[in-house]
Design a protein around this ligand. Structure first.
Ligand SMILES: Nc1nc2c(ncn2[C@@H]2O[C@H](COP(=O)(O)OP(=O)(O)OP(=O)(O)O)[C@@H](O)[C@H]2O)c(=O)[nH]1
Ligand SMILES: [Mg+2]
Length: 293
């Protein structure tokens, strides 16, 4: 998860210089978690009632929705719906399909079986806005393309990128190369100036003991590219006994993704400013002060 801790790069070689790419800011800016969405709301009474719309009564398993179905929030809750397309990207075997299974509450595959083309999956996630206290049902339409298929067929990448609201770049904690390759990989898929939300998801977090990607490097990466780095362990947790545990595991990733998507909409609507706009505004205010004095 994003940490607000600042760091000193000093003489150390940064991730960007190691990769040979000085594409400074792929993302717009980092958000302190919980700025726009109430992260722990799903644990409250109201949050649990809302989760019942996507979970079976025992709160252990996610409901499946057909193409024409959607979750219904309790009528007394004033809510609205938003939908987004999210492209899932990363090297073969990093765990894209597994992460999607985990996020959607489906069974996580234990064997690597290359995704032969594009596989899509809708994940619903209710969240509450900080500012207005309104409940929003996020409909996240994930597009997962197998890396081999993506390299083999030219039409797959444009189809996945078309009208995508976000791209989630994956690396694996057990494959340092997949982390080091992220800047080059991102440069192939998106440009720093395009309007898609960009996030990074580190898979195989359960294998952290065998990882040589450090937390310091993750923080440096976040600060360098202004992209949040999230973590996930795509394994079935057989020791789950507490209610909602499955949802507890994926809530940080889904909340962060929704928060960045929501922020992008707010910036597009002119409700929030980008960091660049804030800088420009500050400089223009400073210029006016100089003129005034
Ligand atoms: N222990 C552990 N294994 C994982 C995790 N995520 C994925 N795996 C395993 O990694 C292998 C590859 O996962 P996939 O999800 O199929 O990889 P992919 O990125 O979709 O690969 P392509 O479809 O070929 O592009 C599988 O054997 C998964 O069980 C994780 O978080 N922890
Ligand atoms: Mg796959």
């Amino acid at each position: 998860m994003f940490s607000s801790v600042s760091y000193q790069t000093g003489c150390q070689e940064t991730h960007a210089s190691k990769s040979g790419l000085n594409l400074m800011k792929f993302g717009e800016m980092l958000i302190q978690p919980g700025t726009l969405l109430q992260y722990d709301w799903y644990k409250s009474w109201e949050g649990r009632e809302s989760l019942l719309s996507i979970l079976h009564r025992n709160m252990h398993h996610r409901k499946l929705f057909g193409l024409l179905e959607e979750p219904l929030l309790p009528v007394q809750f004033s809510s609205s719906d938003v939908q987004y397309k999210i492209f899932v990207s990363g090297r073969s075997g990093v765990g894209k399909t597994s992460a999607l299974a985990k996020l959607s509450g489906n069974e996580v595959p234990t064997m690597h079986s290359e995704t032969p083309g594009i596989q899509t999956q809708v994940v619903y996630w209710p969240a509450k806005l900080v500012q207005t206290n309104k409940i929003v049902m996020f409909r996240l339409h994930f597009w997962d393309a197998g890396d081999a298929a993506l390299k083999k067929f030219d039409h797959i990448l444009p189809a996945c990128k078309e009208n995508a609201d976000a791209v989630v770049f994956h690396f694996s904690f057990t494959d340092r190369g997949s982390f080091e390759d992220l800047p080059r990989h991102m440069a192939r898929i998106v440009s720093p100036s395009d309007n898609t939300c960009k996030l990074v998801l580190g898979t195989k977090y359960d294998q952290l003991a065998h990882s040589d990607v450090t937390h310091q490097e993750l923080r440096e990466f976040e600060q360098q590219y202004k992209i949040p780095v999230l973590k996930i362990a795509n394994i079935a947790n057989y020791e789950q006994s507490e209610l909602q545990t499955e949802v507890h595991e994926v809530a940080p990733v889904l909340n962060t993704l929704c928060e960045y998507l929501w922020r992008r909409d707010q910036v597009a609507a002119g409700v929030l400013q980008t960091e660049r706009q804030t800088d420009e505004q500050r400089h223009s205010d400073e210029d006016q002060m100089v003129l005034y004095f």
